[in-house]
Structures are given as structure tokens and as C-alpha cells.
Design a protein around this ligand. Structure first.
Ligand code: ZN
Length: 141
């Protein structure tokens, strides 16, 4: 995935966030890794170029990015938090053998779910979005 620093800087500006080297390098790492990395994956990725970045700083930046809607959190069965640079609604195929999370985009499914819950009308609950984690195993695993 080609990542332009200029695009990243623009994203921060649009959200009214200060552009700091730490924020830029962390968001860049998430886009580059492009596979729902854990905080550890991110730290490992940026250590070479930023050997002095503190683990606490990384977690703080990740929180800020989530709060501002620049990334999403993805929780797995193993309870390890992972991060997603794609903020548009999409589902995940989660491989229970290799731990890979692949994005799954399916508009028909989105419409189906939306209509289903429109009819169901769960009392006292307003649905914001529906994200499925579809568990299974890839053939190659
Ligand atoms: Zn995703």
C-alpha cells in the first residue's frame, strides 16, 4: 500500500489535530502494514526509524487516532486489540488458524442487515453500524 505523507498530514489537519512526527509515523505504519496490526506490530515497525519512541506514547497516539475517527479498533477472540486504517464500514474475515484478518466488503450484506434490523426495531436501542466478524479458516492455512 503506497502511503503519502502529504495525505496523512491532510487527515490530521481536517480533524484539527496537531501534526506531530509521532502521530504521522504511527498512522503511516498502520496504512503500510495494512493488515490490522497490533500495537506491538506498530511499535516494531516504527522502531527502526524512531528508536526512542516510548510504548506509552504509541498507545496514547493510537487512542487519539481512534477518538478522532482516523482508525478503528478491531477486537479479536484472543482479546488482543488490533487497529484498522479503513474507517468505512466493512466486515472482517478472521482466520482462527493464522490470525489473519482480511477485509470483507459486501454491500448486499450491508443492505440485508440494515433492512433486517429496521424491521426488528430493537426496543430502546439505536444501531449506529453493524460490523461482522466472520470466523473461519482460509484454505491455505
Ligand atoms: Zn478492516
Amino acid at each position: 500500500m503506497k502511503v503519502l505523507i502529504e495525505d496523512i498530514r491532510n487527515k490530521f489537519s481536517q480533524k484539527g489535530l496537531k501534526i506531530t512526527p509521532q502521530r504521522v509515523v504511527i498512522l503511516e505504519a498502520i496504512y503500510k502494514l495494512n493488515n490490522h496490526p497490533t500495537a506491538d506490530n506498530i511499535i516494531e515497525n516504527i522502531r527502526e526509524s524512531h528508536p526512542n519512541i516510548a510504548t506509552g506514547t504509541v498507545y496514547k497516539v493510537l487512542e487519539t487516532l481512534v477518538e478522532n475517527g482516523l482508525i478503528r479498533k478491531v477486537k479479536t477472540d484472543k482479546d488482543i486489540m488490533r487497529y484498522d486504517g479503513i474507517i468505512e464500514i466493512h466486515h472482517h474475515l478472521y482466520c482462527s488458524k493464522c490470525d489473519l484478518i482480511e477485509d470483507y466488503i459486501d454491500e448486499d450484506l450491508d443492505n440485508l442487515l440494515k433492512n433486517h434490523f429496521k424491521d426488528k426495531n430493537i426496543k430502546g436501542f439505536k444501531i449506529e453500524d453493524i460490523v461482522l466478524q466472520i470466523r473461519g479458516a482460509f484454505d491455505k492455512c
